[in-house]
Design a protein around this ligand. Structure first.
Ligand code: NAD
Length: 284
């Protein structure tokens, strides 16, 4: 299939706006859809600022920036997905919301349209079952920050066709990413161990066994990771983290995914991380 038009639902969010940016930078006509115009604009503003930053650093020309931004459309109406070749869903990690969106999309989109979900932990096979096209449904899981992180996890549902897998893999490569493939399950291969250690790091912090800086430092300096777990939690967004932990805990039990009380409290207090200006650390 020749992919021309991409529709990103949740395109104003943290991950969605990064995915939109990658798609337009590599020349795809891409629509950023969100529930409200202000959310769409939040995503567009972030992308525009990042493009202007690249111009200022001499990485791209002003003309190239305008060409890239020219590939971007915006929408607050799901019906605008009617011309999409691929829809990438990047909304909140909530199965009920995803069910609503996918069953509506199934009525709107043409037969050939492939649905991809960026979900971190929800089962692809179950989401595919909300549509009449389970063969054209697949997980396409990006990492945060999307424009920087070079990996995409491809997650095959039980009925995902090889052709769908090939189209999604090609798209990922066309936007500069490497792909690994996983079989479906709650939280695919990449999520299971990191979510346990992020959660355990929050527990260590809540027990005041070390400072946030020292916990981050031991992973960066001691284990050579580019970012420590406390900062990573801030960058993932505490609300999203809590959703993922609940889903993994329900699926696998045990203590490793039982959400740290500190994370629960922070979500209640609105301390979502850098997208909210404050999480474990404070941001501008
Ligand atoms: N945050 C991460 O590090 C990360 C990493 C990989 C995958 N994910 C996954 O990506 C998805 C989104 O996470 P996020 O961190 O970007 O969340 P976010 O809260 O930053 O963004 C979600 C966006 O979806 C929009 N939205 C919600 N319902 C909608 C609807 N019905 N129609 C259109 N837009 C809608 C919201 O307005 C918001 O802009 C989740 O499934 C999450 O598991 C997150």
């Amino acid at each position: 299939m020749d992919v021309k038009n991409i529709f990103v639902i949740g395109g104003g969010g943290l991950m969605g706006s990064g995915i939109v940016q990658c798609c337009i930078e590599y020349g795809f006509n891409t629509t950023a859809n969100d529930i409200k115009e202000e959310f769409v604009q939040r995503g567009v503003n972030g992308i525009t600022q990042r493009m202007e930053g690249k111009v200022a650093k001499g990485k791209i020309t002003e003309d190239k920036k305008n060409e890239i931004l020219g590939n971007l459309r915006t929408s607050t109406d799901l019906a605008d997905a009617k011309d999409a070749d691929i829809v990438i869903e990047v909304i909140f990690e909530d199965l009920g919301l995803k069910k609503d969106v996918f069953s509506r999309l199934d009525e709107i989109c043409p037969q050939h349209t492939i649905f991809a979900s960026n979900s971190s932990s929800l089962p692809i096979t179950e989401m595919a079952g909300f549509t009449k096209r389970p063969d054209r449904f697949m997980g396409m899981h990006f990492l945060q920050p999307v424009p920087v992180m070079p990996l995409v996890n491809g997650i095959m549902g039980l009925l995902t066709s090889d052709e769908t897998c090939a189209v999604i893999e090609k798209l990922a490569k066309d936007i500069g990413k490497e792909v690994v493939h996983w079989k479906d399950g709650p939280g695919h291969g990449l999520q299971l161990s990191p979510m346990a250690y992020y959660n355990e790091a929050a527990k260590v912090l809540s027990e005041e066994r070390g400072t946030r800086e020292d916990i981050d430092k031991c992973f960066k300096v001691g284990l050579g990771m580019p970012m420590g777990p406390i900062t990573t939690l801030d960058f993932m967004g505490m609300d999203t983290v809590l959703h993922i932990l609940h889903i993994l805990h329900e699926a696998y039990g045990g203590s490793q995914y039982h959400p740290s009380n500190l994370i629960v409290q922070m979500v209640k207090a609105g301390l979502y991380g850098n997208k909210a200006g404050r999480g474990f650390y404070t941001y501008k």
